[in-house]
Design a protein around this ligand. Sequence first.
Ligand SMILES: *[C@@H]1O[C@H](CO)[C@@H](O)[C@H](O)[C@H]1NC(C)=O
Length: 452
Amino acid sequence: MWSILSVAALVYAAAVSAVSTAGNRLLVVLDDVAEKDLYSQFLGDLTARGYDVSYETPRSEGLALFHLGERKYDHLLFLPSKVKGLGPNLTPSHLVNFVNADGNILVAQTSTVPSSTSIVGLLSELDISLPVERTGTVIDHFNYDVRSAAESHDVLVVEGPINIRPGLKPYFEIEGGVVAFPHAVGHVLGSGPLLTPVVRASATAYSYNPKEQAEVLDADDLFAAGQQLSLLSVFEARNSARVTVLGSAEMLQNKWFEAVVGKPGGNSFRTDNQEFAKRVSGWAFQEIGVLRVNSIEHKLQDSDELNPGIYRIKNDVSYNISLSEWSWDKWVPFSLPQDDVLQLEFSMLSPFHRLNLARTRTTGDAAVYGVSFTLPDQHGIFNFKVNYKRPFLTNVEEKNTVSVRHFAHDEWPRSFVISGAWPWISGIGATVSGFVGFCAIWMYSKPVGKKN
Ligand SMILES: *[C@@H]1O[C@H](CO)[C@@H](O)[C@H](O)[C@H]1NC(C)=O
């Protein structure tokens, strides 16, 4: 009996730990704990994936993100709240500290209540701006759901979310999928390199504030329009912590998970909101797109000694790096996104070589990328450096330092072998034979006899 129980406990523990590489403590912040029934499928999916979900309201006394300087949670999920500020425990600086301490945050917003000032503050730290007055709804007269928003046009229907930039992993792409974004708030991204838009509004969408712009829409008052507006964006900090901003919290509610939506004059589709919500939360909480460096090896091409500390200039060396990627519940070999390259730099202050690594081998859960090259004709302290930072993937920055010495005096090739030395060698020969010849002529020539 006990053994069965303990086996069951072990299996459960394994299942629970196999969720995110960053931990499974998730705090959901929402106004009223009863509200979670609206999101029960989404939250149930998270629990089923192994998250240990706690709920707090912003007003709660005991709410703290840190305890004795340690994070109390690994991930935060903000559902919309009517509270203007989120209180003294959730100020923007607390949230920024949470991200600096490797915590992940998913912010879900809605146009039906203004975003909290803490959230607005956090987002502006990241160079993400929201409409003034902290509210505004995205309207699209061409891509709305005719069933639920025939009048208001504020339930957007987005077909097959696709990555904006090429060369990114297709984590958010659902082939032929349709996702509904009801009552979405659009945001505008600054130019920071850590920000990536995932779903942008279509060219015909615009942001509208029903309170201010009740009658006529004045183009000067427009917060943003078209592809400027993002509905879902992600921010990945330099420590690989993630902040995800989702314009529509309602898309996570049960009623949209398998709703049927239709575009004007088009067919009806069953939404893929459930699958999309899984991918968004999975990415946000580091269940996908997490890289691990298993090992780095470098050596002389014709030697078996691994990772020596010293090489000589112009040595032929080989370098291998083994990478795995966390995919929901297991490590898999990391394959590069399409059209992307992984590069090795051999650098002293600045790179002397920057070489593309090719996939040489795949073993179980790891892919090995390697390259062989000849060291530069320069001695000093060098680094084998892999600096791979891409949107959607955690950062890889690996540096292995080696010395590169010059030739020892007995390693130089003999001068007779160097064809460039031949003119000088023949110069010496010519001088020697010229001198000997001159002496011979001098000695054997008889002085001219005296005339008397
Ligand atoms: C790297 O991998 C290649 C191919 O498997 C192998 O030939 C080479 O010796 C390896 N180099 C190092 C430094 O391990």
